[in-house]
Design a protein around this ligand. Structure first.
Ligand code: PPE
Length: 306
């Protein structure tokens, strides 16, 4: 169960958590067009809290709406300010931030109109390791999903559109119900795409491979990991790969705001590498946590103090 905080920002003002409700005829509930973000705020070693890559998340929020063909009725500056205000007023020092934009009640039928107001809410709550503390430390077990990730002309995967996640839920549920921690989805050509809520990386011979942006969400953690790898001179290829290339990788890991950097120790019942987080994964994970907690001055610009 989500760990409640006291206030949620709804259409311009902070209201009690319990009052942040919507009408049952809200268009998004029926048809799924809406967009959301997932952002993390970390408490730094110095005791101050900061939001990680806030600008990139706010930009993607607006891009998701643009791709979805609807408008967020606020400026980027207003949403940025509202996120910081929601964290401050809830006194949340470390946790997860969920902005969501959705189409409200008005006209019914697939075609929403000017009679459907567009609502924006921002909730924050404490959220620990998404795939479990044990998974973050020792790695998780994944399976290839029987569901493909969206074809680019079926849904647009560069947008974090609410309805895109029906595909994620089906895959995740199938994985968990068959005894795995997470689902890996292939694209419609059969190449590795992404997980239900994470991007994927594999390591072999000291170099890193991740899937190209074609049919995946352009993850902000993914971009962060690419930068951190390149800083150490580790070559990174953004190239299609197949599931057998994952099976024979020396290391593999998922990235995501919620999942952070989660090692993969087993895929489709095959042990990856030594069956525990490898040296490159561990090094990236360690440096990632230093960056998000403000312990690396090189990346100070990625942090917005609360
Ligand atoms: N792919 C998908 C499909 C995805 O949902 C996420 C984030 C990513 C990749 C990684 O993107 P980024 O967070 O920018 O590195 N998934 C979010 C939702 C998790 C949820 O269960 O809700 C997240 O990590 O916040």
């Amino acid at each position: 169960m989500v760990e409640k905080t006291s206030l949620i920002w709804m259409d311009g003002k902070l209201i009690p958590w319990e009052s942040a409700t919507v009408h049952v005829l809200s268009h998004t509930i029926h048809y799924g067009l809406g967009a959301f973000e997932g952002i993390r705020c970390y408490k730094g070693a110095s005791g101050t809290s900061a939001v990680f890559r806030l600008k990139e998340h706010v930009d993607r929020f607006f891009e998701s709406a643009l791709i979805g063909g609807f408008e967020i009725p606020h400026t980027r500056e207003a949403i940025t300010g509202a996120i910081l205000e929601t964290l401050r007023e809830n006194k949340l020092e470390e946790g997860y931030i969920r902005p969501v934009v959705f189409i409200g009640a008005g006209a019914m039928g697939v075609m929403f109109t000017d009679e459907n107001p567009i609502h924006v809410c921002i909730a924050v709550w404490p959220w620990g390791a998404y795939l479990g503390d044990e998974g973050l430390k020792n790695g998780i077990r994944i399976r290839t999903s029987s569901y493909n990730r969206h074809h680019v002309n079926v849904m647009m995967t560069k947008a974090k559109i609410c309805g895109n996640y029906v595909n994620s839920i089906l895959a995740k549920k199938e994985a968990v119900e068959t005894g795995y921690d997470e689902a890996l989805m292939l694209d419609t050509d059969g190449y590795v795409a992404e997980a239900s809520g994470e991007n994927i990386f594999i390591v072999r011979n000291g170099s890193i491979k991740t899937t190209p942006l074609t049919s995946i969400l352009p993850g902000i953690t993914r971009a962060t990991v690419i930068t951190l790898a390149q800083e150490k001179g580790i070559p990174v290829q953004e190239q299609r790969f197949t599931r057998d290339e994952l099976y024979t990788a020396e290391e593999a890991f998922f990235t995501g705001t919620a999942a952070e950097i989660t090692p993969i120790r087993e895929a489709d019942n095959r042990t990856i590498g030594a069956g525990k987080p490898g040296p490159i994964t561990l090094d990236l994970q360690k440096r990632f946590f230093e960056v998000v907690r403000g312990e690396n001055p090189t990346y100070k610009d990625w942090l917005t103090p609360v």
